[in-house]
Structures are given as structure tokens and as C-alpha cells.
Ligand binder design. Structure first.
Ligand SMILES: [Zn+2]
Ligand SMILES: [Zn+2]
Length: 171
């Protein structure tokens, strides 16, 4: 479990999201992109987070803001709640758990992903030729009214380790 890629696959990072982060592959579907973006926070691949942000909304984010926020976070777990797939647009609802200043927090988001034409910045970052004209991009976020609750000390840990929270991520 510990050696598996943080995106939730059964593969190690070097055989999984690393190829996306290094531009040797593009995400096959929106959920794949979402998981690889979570993993990019953990591996500090801020460039990847910027490049996979839709050109339509990329101006709304900044490399330095993402970097400084991410540097203050310790990521613990990703829980994909729901995926509503479409040909051009897909919604992915997820809960990402992290610690900041010693406090357990969660980020509950309903993300919209869109299939769009490759822009030049993203194209130039790739170490491969993409045959498909369009690829998946992260487009925008909505924040659902969350019913997620903080784990109690004796609950199963939020990271899925199977052991009690107090003996796992609470430490
Ligand atoms: Zn992965
Ligand atoms: Zn845990």
C-alpha cells in the first residue's frame, strides 16, 4: 500500500502517474486526470497542475499560490466519491484529506473536466506526439454542501489503511 502510487492505483509511482507528470503520456479519462493531479500535489509537480488546467480558466490560478499552499499541506488520502462521465465534459466529486499546521482537514470538491484542444504550452511540455486532437483538462470547481465528518479516534482511518485513525493519520 505504501509503495503504491498516491492516485489510488495498484502500481508504483514510476509505473503510474510519473509518466503523466513527465509528459510521456496524457490522461486517458477525466478521473485518471483528477487522480494524477492529486498525485501531482504530493510529488510537487506544480507545472503539471498549471498545464492540465483548462486554457479557459488557467489565468485564474498562479504557480506560486499553488506552490506555497501545497508546501503547507501534508496529503493523506484521496476518496473519489462520484464520477459522471460525458464525451466532452465529466464531473468528478472527491474528498482529499490533508494536514495543515497539525490539523486534519478535507477538501470536498465537485470538479468539472472538459475535453479540449491541446494548447501550445501543454503540447510543448509533452515528450510525445498526441494523436488525439483533444485531451482532458481540469476546468473548474464547485463545492457541494458537505456531509463529510471528521473521523473519531477509534474510527477506521480516512486513508484506508484499515487501522484505527488514532494509530494512523492522527499521529
Ligand atoms: Zn498514479
Ligand atoms: Zn491513515
Amino acid at each position: 500500500m505504501k509503495n503504491n502510487c498516491a492516485c489510488g492505483s495498484a502500481l508504483p509511482y514510476h509505473a503510474c502517474c510519473s509518466s503523466l507528470h513527465l509528459g510521456h503520456a496524457v490522461a486517458a479519462c477525466a478521473e485518471n486526470l483528477m487522480r494524477s493531479r492529486y498525485c501531482a500535489f504530493i510529488h510537487h509537480k506544480i507545472d503539471y497542475l498549471v498545464l492540465t488546467h483548462s486554457i479557459e480558466t488557467r489565468d485564474s490560478i498562479s504557480f506560486s499560490d499553488i506552490k506555497s499552499w501545497n508546501d503547507s499541506c501534508q496529503w493523506l488520502a484521496l476518496n473519489v466519491v462520484n464520477v459522471i462521465s460525458g464525451d466532452k465534459e465529466t464531473s468528478v466529486e472527491f474528498v482529499a484529506w490533508y494536514k495543515q499546521d497539525g490539523h486534519l482537514k478535507f477538501h470536498h470538491e465537485l470538479s468539472t473536466f472538459k475535453k479540449q484542444f491541446l494548447d501550445n504550452d501543454f503540447k510543448q511540455s509533452l515528450q510525445m506526439d498526441v494523436l488525439a486532437a483533444q485531451v482532458w483538462f481540469y476546468h473548474s470547481a464547485n463545492y457541494p454542501t458537505s456531509t463529510v465528518t471528521m473521523p473519531k479516534r477509534n474510527d477506521h482511518c480516512i486513508c484506508g489503511s484499515g487501522i484505527k485513525f488514532k494509530k494512523c493519520c492522527a499521529k
